[in-house]
Design a protein around this ligand. Structure first.
Ligand code: HEC
Length: 193
């Protein structure tokens, strides 16, 4: 159902784009209250090779506007989206791709697959699925375009897997996470409706 798919992808993407647009120069000139994540360069520094260029409502993005992780305290503390992605991964993907994205006899390691994979490419695979017709066993990555439990958390899952792929977070559940942003709850409610 391409229509439903487009709507979900649109929602996931729109949330991100609005976030980027909203993070204009004003937010740098008016630092957020100390309880909220700050936008000063010092606080954007992350463990791992990919550095966020921006944070808006607890969601970090890289210089290309793709979702990225914010990992601190030597890999122990993660941003909310990485945490949420970990939980969603374990609910929807682990059965085939194995614990911590490590792969299984059936499905490839996503720690490897995410290397250099941008958000648009990732979103396309998750939405439309993928099939390896040349494999001796038929390998099928299901299309999740109609599944809100995946589509509404696409940036989250990408962010988590990116952190795994970059080696910014290790295996198992992250020990600590940044607070759940109010904007996350709002977008989640709107998407899951
Ligand atoms: C029913 C089993 C199954 C489930 C569930 C599943 N996948 Fe897959 N996935 C596969 C298989 C098999 C492939 C390899 C397909 C191919 O080779 O064309 C794959 C491929 C992929 C790829 C492309 C890898 C590459 O090298 O290009 C990505 C990205 C991916 N899956 C992400 C996910 C995510 C994220 C989830 C959870 C939302 C998920 N998958 C759930 C079986 C699954």
């Amino acid at each position: 159902m391409p229509c439903t798919t487009d709507v979900f992808a649109g929602i996931a993407r729109a949330g991100l784009v609005i976030g980027i647009l909203a993070a204009g120069p004003a937010s740098a000139a008016n630092p957020a209250p100390s309880s909220a994540p700050q936008t000063s360069p010092a606080n954007l520094k992350s463990d791992g090779p990919t550095q966020p260029a921006k944070v808006q409502d607890g969601q970090y993005t890289d210089a290309n506007g793709d979702p990225t992780y914010h990992v601190t305290d030597g890999g122990k503390k993660v941003d909310w989206y990485t945490m949420s992605g970990y939980l969603r991964y374990n609910a929807n993907c682990i059965v085939c791709h194995g614990p911590d994205g490590m792969g299984s006899t059936y499905a490839p390691s996503l720690v490897d697959a995410l290397k250099g994979m941008d958000y648009a490419h990732f979103a396309g695979i998750i939405t439309g699925g993928k099939k390896d017709v040349n494999a001796s066993q038929e390998l099928v990555m299901p299309a999740f375009g109609d599944n809100r439990n995946v589509m509404c958390y696409m940036p989250d899952i990408y962010t988590y897997l990116r952190a795994r792929s970059d080696g910014a977070v290790g295996r198992n559940r992250p020990a600590e996470h940044e607070p759940k942003p109010a904007a996350f709850t709002k977008a989640e409610d709107a998407c899951m409706k």
